[in-house]
Design a binder for this molecule. Sequence first.
Ligand SMILES: C[S@@+](CC[C@H](N)C(=O)[O-])C[C@H]1O[C@@H](n2cnc3c(N)ncnc32)[C@H](O)[C@@H]1O
Length: 805
Amino acid sequence: MPTSPDHIALIFSYPAYCEKHATEASSIIHKTDENFVLVFRHVETLYGKNKGSLAFSYNRRWLEDSDTPLTVGMKDGDTINCIEVLKVAILHPNAYARFFTVDPADASVTFSTLFCAYGRATQMDPAHLRFTLHGMRLLENDLVVETLRILDPSSENFWIAATPLDSEATPFDSGSTTIKEKAMDLTTAIINAPAEEVSNSGVTLVAPLTLHPPRLEPSVGATPELMLRNLKTALQTADANWLSTLICSWPEPCPPQDEDDILWNFARHFMTWRDDQTERRRLENAGNFLARQVSAIVSLEHVHHEWRAESLAAWKKARPRRGFAQRSTRSTNTLQQAIQANATRRMLREARIISILGQLIEAWKTHLTGGLASLSSGPGLYSDLRILRECREMADEDQTIEDILETRNATPGSLAGDTLVGGVFSDFSSLAGEYLGDAISEDDRPEKIEGSQKRRESVRLKRNERQESPTPVPVNDPPSAPPLQPIRSPLFFAPLDTPPNVIKTRRDIIQDQWNKIAREAGAAGIEFVNEIDDEEVPPGIGILFPYVERSYLFDIGIAEPTPLAGCECDGKRGCNNARPGRCPCASASTLENGPPYTQGLFTFSTDDEIVECNIACGCSPQCNNRLAQFPRQIPVEIFKTEKRGWGARLPVDIVRGYVVGIYTGLLIRREEADKLSGSRASYCFDLDVNEEPDEETPENAYSVDAYGCGNWTRFINHSCSPNLQIISVVYDTMPEDNIPYLALVATENIPAFTELTFDYNPAHQTEWELKRYREKTRSKKNKSKKQTRCLCGASICRGWLSVVA
Ligand SMILES: C[S@@+](CC[C@H](N)C(=O)[O-])C[C@H]1O[C@@H](n2cnc3c(N)ncnc32)[C@H](O)[C@@H]1O
C-alpha cells in the first residue's frame, strides 16, 4: 500500500469533461502557482485555447479543506495549486490503478517509460495504453512529467492520475456529483482502502512498484534488435527532455541532447553484446556461433529497414519547409515555432542515426563475411565506431531525410512507396545462406530462417520487378571462409540459455562508459564505490548522462570562443621564469608574489585568473606555465557518503597545490543560470572572476551547469573547512571571452581516501573575498535567491557557488 502523499496531482482531459459538464466547469475556481503557467502556456500554444487537454494539480490538503469551494476546474487564464509530493497512479479505462514510485531525479523517467512499465504490469500492449491527457500525445505527456519534475526536483514521488487518450471517460465520470468530491473519493479509495475493497469498487490496487524504465543495457538474451528498439525509445526520451528544457528556458532554445551520445551508447552496448557472443563462442561450436551472428544481423536489418521506412513516411507526412529547423533556431519567436523546429530536428537526427546504423550493419557484415577470425579478433566494432565518427559529419541540418537516407544507404528509389527494400538486405541473406550452406543441411535448418529467407527472397523479387537492372546477387562469389563445424540443429537460433560469463551491472556499464571517455581524454580512471547501501550509481546518473572529462559543452547560441594567441618563447627557462614581460601568457597572470605554478603545483601566489600557455605557444608542452590543462593523472572514486549523497575522493595522498581536476558541464548564459533554483542550482557555477561587484553583469556572462552533463567533480561536496579551492584558468580562450576553466586545487596535503570538499560559499575564503561576497549578496539579484541549508550549516545556492578569486 503506498504511503499517503501530502499532495495529489490529478491530470485529466479538461475539454472533454467540460463539453459534458459545462455548468459545473464554468464555476471552477483555481489557486495560482506561477510555475504551472508553463504547462498551460505550452498546451494552449499547441492546441489553441479551449482545445486539447490541460493538466490539473490539486493539493490534497486543499481538497480536504472545507473552505475550499466545492467545485473545481479550469477557466481561461486560471492556474492551479502547486504540487510537492507526487506519486504516479495511472488509471486504466476499466478503473485499474497501478502505482509507480518514480525517482524525480532520474531524467530517463517519462510517461513513455511509465506506460511501458504499466504495459508490462498489466500484460497489455503499451500501444493501447496511450491513455493520458486527452488529445495529448506522448511528447506532451512527457513534457508534463518533465515539467513537474523541474518544478520540484527535490520531491520524492509523483502522484498523477491520467485518463485514456481515446476515452471520453474521466476518473470522475461516475459516482459523486462534483469534481472535488470525485477527486476526494478517488484519492481516498486509492490511498486508504484495503486492496480487496478497492478492487470491489472497480479500482484494482497494486502495491507500489519501482519503475525500471527501459534502458540501453545489454542483458542476458538482449539482442541488437531489442537494443535498436530501445534506441528509438531513448531518442524519444531525449527529445522530450530537450523540449522540457526548452520550455523552462524560454525564450532561448536549448540544444537537443546530442545524438552522438545516444548513438555511441548504442554502439558500445552493441559491442558488449557482441563480446558476450564471442565469449559464448568458447562454449559452443564455431558454426553455431556464426549462425547466431547471421541471425542477429538479419533481424537487425529488418528493424533497421522498418525504421527507415517509418521515418521516411513520417517525414513525407509532416514535411516541413527545407531549412526550417535552422531558420527557426535562429529566431524562435514563438513556442509553436520552437516545437516545430524541434520536431524537424528530431526527424533529421533520426534519419542521420538510421543512416549511420546502416553503415554499422554493413561494417559488421563485412567482418562476418570475412570469417570468424575477423569477428573475434579483427578490427571489430572499434572500426565500426570509426565509421560512426566519419558519418557524423555527413548530414547538416539543411538536408532532408530523403537526402540522408538515399545518398548514404539506399538504392535510389528503393525507399519509395511502402515496400521495404534495401540493396544489401537480400544479398546478404543469400550470402549468409551460401556461407552456411555446407555447414547446415537443408533438413537441419530451422523454420525460422527458412521463413525469413523466403520473405527476403520475395522482397528481392519485388524489387527486381520494379527495377530495370536489378543488382546481381553475388551467388558465384562466395567469400573465402574458414571451414565450419557442423551445426547441431536444436541449438540453432534457439534462445541463448547459457548465461554469459560476465553480467554487467548498471554501475559497471556507466563506469566503463565514463572510463572510456576519460581514457580518450588522457585522464586516469573513475570508480563508483558504495559501502553504505545498495544504490549502484548516484541518482540522475544514467547511461545517457554525457560524461565530459575536460571541456565545456556549449549551449545553443553561444559562439565558439576565440582561440588564444600563443607566445613565442623558446621555452628554455620555462615561461614562468622568463624575464618579466617576456612571455605574454605568463605576464597576463599576476606575478607580484611570484609565478602561480612551480614544480607542477599551484603556489597560491594569486587569486586572479591564470593565463596558461597553450597549444599555439612556441614553448614546450612541459613549460612550467601549464598545469590545469594537463589530463588528470590520479584515479578518482565517486563514493556514497553517509549524509551528503555521493562525494569524491582520491585513492592516493596528494600534496598542497596539486590540481585535482577541472569542473566541466554545459556552458550556459548567466540569465539561464539565474533561473535555476534548489538543488539543481547547486551544480551550477558562475564564471564571474572578471566581474566587479559594482558593475552590471556583462553581456557575455556565463555559468557552468553540471546538472545534466559534466565530470566527476560535480560530486564534490561543500564544506566550511574545505581541502580544495577553485582557481580560474584560461588556456584555450581569451580572458575577455569570460570562459575560463575552474580548476580544483588542494589547499592542504590530503591523505588518500579523504573526501574532497570545497567551500560553495566564497565568503568562507579570504577577507577580500568575504568583502566581495557581501557586496554581491547585497545586490538585488542575490537577495531573491532561495537558499537551503547544508548539513554543515552553510547555505547552498548558485550565488554562493560563484567563483570569486
Ligand atoms: C554539487 S552537488 C554535490 C554532489 C551530491 N552530493 C550528489 O550526490 O550528487 C551539491 C549537492 O550535494 C549536497 N551537498 C553538498 N555538500 C553538502 C553538505 N556539506 N551537506 C549536505 N549536503 C551537501 C546538496 O544536496 C547539494 O545540493
